[in-house]
Design a protein around this ligand. Structure first.
Ligand code: COA
Length: 360
C-alpha cells in the first residue's frame, strides 16, 4: 500500500465534489482531536474552517493531507503571521490512531517543514496536547523553561516532537469551567465588584458588544490586539510581532461570523476614550462549548482589578445571550500566575496541558 501526501486545496463551497477532500481532512482532524481528548469540543467544523482557508491577508496557511487511496489518514498544517519581519511558522501534525508508528507523521512533518522553509521561515514551532490521564504516565518528565509544570517524555506528541529535534518551549494549562446554573452568581459578583470599586478603577467605563466592535473603538482595540500577541509570557517560544489596524480587527470579526461563531467582547475604556483592556468569548456553532480567548489589560492600566471585572462582565453577557452553553475552556501559560489566579477564583479547573515546541 502506498501513502500519498499532497497539498490540500480549499474548495469554493462545501457539499460539492470539489469539497470532498477538504471535508475528509476536517473529519480526520476531528478524529485525531477525539483520540487525544476523548471528545470533539475543541475541533472545528468544515464550515468554520473554510473561511479561514480563503483569507490569507493576515495569517498564511498551507495544509497537507496523507491519503491511502481515498481515505485521509493524516494531516499537517503550516500557519504563519504575515506581518513584516515575522520569522516563525507553526506546524500541526496529526495521524489517524490506527495508522501511527509507521512513519506517516514524520513524512507529513518533513513536508510541512520544507514548505515553511520555502517561504523563508527560519523558526519552526508546533504544539501537542496532553489529556489529564496522559499527564500521569510513568517515566522521565520534560519541564518547560518557565513555570512548574511538566509532561511525561513518553507522551506520544512529546516523543514525536523530541525525536524530530524540537524542544519544549512552554507549557499551557488547559482549564475548564462549567457555567450551568452559575449565571446568577456571576451577576451578583459583578454587582459587588462594581460597588466596591475605588475612584481610580471607577474611572474606567465598561463597554460590551457582540460580534462587531463600535467604530470609535477600532483603532485602540487594534493596539490592544497587537499587545495580545507579545505581552503574555512566551517561555522559550519565539513569538512574532503582529501589525494590527482597524481593518484587521474588522477582518477577524468577519471571519468569525463567516464561520458561524458568535463573539462576546467586554472592554474597559480609559478616561481618554481608548481601550484599556478587553476579553473575548468565542461561541462555536452546534456546540455547548465556549472558548475564552484573549484577555488583556494594557500595561499602564494594570492594578485596578480590571481583569476580573472584564471576565465577570462577559460571563454575565454569556448568561444573557447563550444560557444553554455549559462549559468554557481556556489556555494559559502555566507561569502566567495573574491570569491563572483570576481563572481559579472563578472556578476554572485543570483539564490537561498543551505543550509548545520549537525546533532547536
Ligand atoms: C504525534 C503523531 C503525529 C505521530 O505520528 P506517527 O505517524 O505515529 O509518527 P511516526 O511513525 O512518524 O513516528 C516517528 C517517531 O516519533 C516517535 N514516536 C511517535 N509516537 C510515539 C509514541 N507513541 N511513543 C514513543 N515514541 C513515539 C518515535 O521515535 C517514532 O519512531 P519509531 O516508530 O521508529 O520509534 C501521532 O501520534 C498523533 O497524531 N498524535 C496526536 C496528535 C499530536 O499529538 N500531534 C502533535 C505532534 S507534535
Amino acid at each position: 500500500m502506498s501513502i500519498d501526501i499532497r497539498p490540500l486545496d480549499a474548495p469554493e463551497r462545501l457539499g460539492t465534489p470539489d469539497a470532498v477532500e477538504f471535508e475528509a481532512y476536517v473529519e480526520l482532524t476531528a478524529q485525531v482531536e477525539e483520540s487525544v481528548w476523548g471528545h470533539r469540543r475543541f475541533s472545528y467544523e468544515a464550515a468554520e474552517l473554510l473561511p479561514e482557508f480563503h483569507d490569507d491577508r493576515y495569517t498564511g496557511r498551507q495544509a497537507f493531507a496523507a491519503w491511502d487511496a481515498d481515505r485521509c489518514i493524516g494531516r499537517a498544517e503550516v500557519q504563519w503571521e504575515q506581518s513584516e519581519g515575522a520569522r516563525t511558522a507553526e506546524i500541526t501534525v496529526g495521524v489517524a490512531a490506527a495508522e501511527r508508528r509507521r512513519g506517516i507523521g514524520t513524512a507529513l512533518l518533513r513536508r510541512a517543514e520544507v514548505h515553511a522553509r520555502s517561504i523563508g521561515r527560519e523558526v519552526l514551532t508546533g504544539f501537542s496536547d496532553v489529556p489529564p490521564a496522559g499527564l500521569e504516565l510513568a517515566g522521565p518528565r520534560l519541564e518547560a523553561p518557565d513555570g512548574t509544570g511538566s509532561i511525561p517524555a513518553a507522551d506520544p506528541g512529546a516523543a514525536f516532537a523530541t525525536r524530530h529535534g524540537y524542544r519544549l518551549g512552554q507549557l499551557e494549562r488547559v482549564s475548564g469551567l462549567t457555567v450551568t446554573g452559575r449565571f446568577d452568581e456571576f451577576r451578583s459578583l459583578l454587582a459587588e465588584r462594581l460597588a466596591a470599586r475605588d475612584a481610580a478603577s471607577a474611572a474606567y467605563r465598561l463597554v460590551g458588544w457582540i460580534d462587531r466592535a463600535p467604530e470609535e473603538l477600532l483603532d485602540s482595540l487594534a493596539v490592544a490586539h497587537a499587545s495580545m500577541a507579545t505581552d503574555p509570557p512566551a517561555g522559550g517560544i519565539t513569538i512574532d510581532e503582529e501589525a494590527w489596524d482597524a481593518d484587521r480587527v474588522r477582518a477577524g470579526e468577519t471571519l468569525a461570523l463567516a464561520g458561524g461563531r458568535t463573539t462576546l467582547v467586554q472592554a474597559a475604556i480609559a478616561p481618554d476614550g481608548a481601550v484599556a483592556g478587553y476579553t473575548e468569548l468565542s461561541l462555536p456553532p452546534n456546540s455547548v462549548a465556549v472558548f475564552q480567548w484573549d484577555t488583556i489589560v494594557l500595561g499602564p492600566h494594570r492594578g485596578h482589578r480590571l481583569g476580573m471585572l472584564l471576565k465577570l462582565g462577559n460571563l454575565v453577557r454569556l448568561g444573557e445571550t447563550a444560557p444553554e452553553r455549559s462549559d468554557i475552556y481556556t489556555w494559559n501559560a502555566d507561569e502566567n500566575e495573574h491570569m491563572l489566579a483570576i481563572n481559579i477564583a472563578l472556578g476554572f479547573t485543570p483539564r490537561g496541558m498543551s505543550a509548545e515546541w520549537q525546533r532547536a
